[in-house]
Design a protein around this ligand. Structure first.
Ligand code: BJW
Ligand code: ZN
Length: 251
């Protein structure tokens, strides 16, 4: 089988139908067809806002020095996300969850669109843009106001200043979440890498773990990425068009 496909072949569906333990890693590309800008890929090298690249905006350095500016950046993106809906790619994955003996959905996205599509168990590696975390008592809480009323928003429990509950460059991932994702990657017999440029670590290490532990690696992306050389198959296409095909009636 050619490692680069332009559509879902019968052979690929056969692999899908026979899988028992499936894990999926998604990135910004799965939300692109909902209208969420990706960080990289396509014509733009890197998403910028007010002339600054995301490596600078979404960074541990900036939240330490100018937390209000990070909230403004988050607030701007929440304003956009509030108007958007999940697309057929998110909906297909919500159906996949009920199809296998074991299924783990791991996302780098903070947009909450997997849950909006009906996925029940989502491992959010980089947090959630609709949650905040108190800098004084460490409580996390839903913070869905858009635009935010006070900058920084205040903790529901103690009134302390809160920060967005997302993982910025140079910060550690939430405790336990990456470990669960690693376990899922290590035990999967089929691992999908969908809509990610696979350049941000440690998330980009998950397909490598899966492959080393014997999983077949399937990539879905309109472009080749840093992980393509390792994939058993890359389906060159949009997630919202490719993923529903796995569920179509067999002819
Ligand atoms: C479609 C599509 C369609 C389009 N269908 N597909 C040097 C070497 C190695 C590591 C490092 C290094 N220097 C620093 C590091 C560590 C750093 C890192 O990996 N940096 C790399 C950039 C080099 N990682 C970290 O800092 C992490 N923490 C960590 O390592 O802790 C230990 C540590 C502590 C202290 C010091 C050093 C280490 C944390 C990473 C947190 C990432 N956070 C962000 C921001 C989240 C909050 C926010 O949004 O503000 O997470 S960055 C951003 O990138 C976001 C994403 O989740 C993440 C990944 O991006 P993703 O999802 O892959 O999106 P894109 O845009 O890159 O790709 C989109 C893809 O979709 C493209 O391929 C398109 O083709 C495709 N596409 N349309 C399907 N319709
Ligand atoms: Zn608090």
């Amino acid at each position: 089988m050619s490692p680069v496909l332009s559509s879902v072949t019968d052979e690929l569906r056969f692999l899908f139908d026979g899988a028992r333990n499936v894990a999926v890693l998604t990135g910004a590309g799965i939300s692109a067809e909902s209208g969420v800008p990706t960080f990289r890929g396509g014509d733009t090298e890197m998403w910028t806002w007010r002339g600054r690249p995301i490596t600078e905006l979404s960074s541990a350095e900036l939240i330490a020095t100018d937390p209000k500016l990070v909230w403004e950046w988050v607030d701007y993106r929440r304003g956009l996300l509030a108007t958007l809906q999940p697309n057929p790619g998110h909906h297909a994955l919500a159906e996949w969850e009920h199809r296998f003996d074991a299924f783990t959905l791991i996302t780098q996205n903070i947009d909450d669109l997997h849950r909006a599509a009906g996925s029940l168990n989502v491992l959010e590696l980089h947090g959630n843009i609709w949650r905040a975390r108190c800098l004084r008592c460490a409580s996390t809480f839903d913070a869905r106001e858009s635009p935010i009323v006070e900058n920084p928003p205040r903790c529901f429990a103690c009134g302390g200043p809160a920060r967005p509950d997302v993982v910025l460059f140079g910060e550690l991932l939430p405790e336990g979440v990456f470990e669960r994702a690693e376990q899922a990657a290590a035990h999967a017999d089929l691992f999908f890498v969908i809509g990610t440029s696979a350049v941000v670590y440690p998330a980009a290490g998950l397909p490598i773990i899966a492959k080393q532990r014997g999983a077949k690696l399937i990539e879905v992306n309109p472009e080749m990425t840093d992980i393509s050389f390792m994939a058993d198959m890359t389906v060159l296409g949009k997630a919202g068009e490719v993923l529903p095909r796995f569920l179509e009636e067999r002819g």
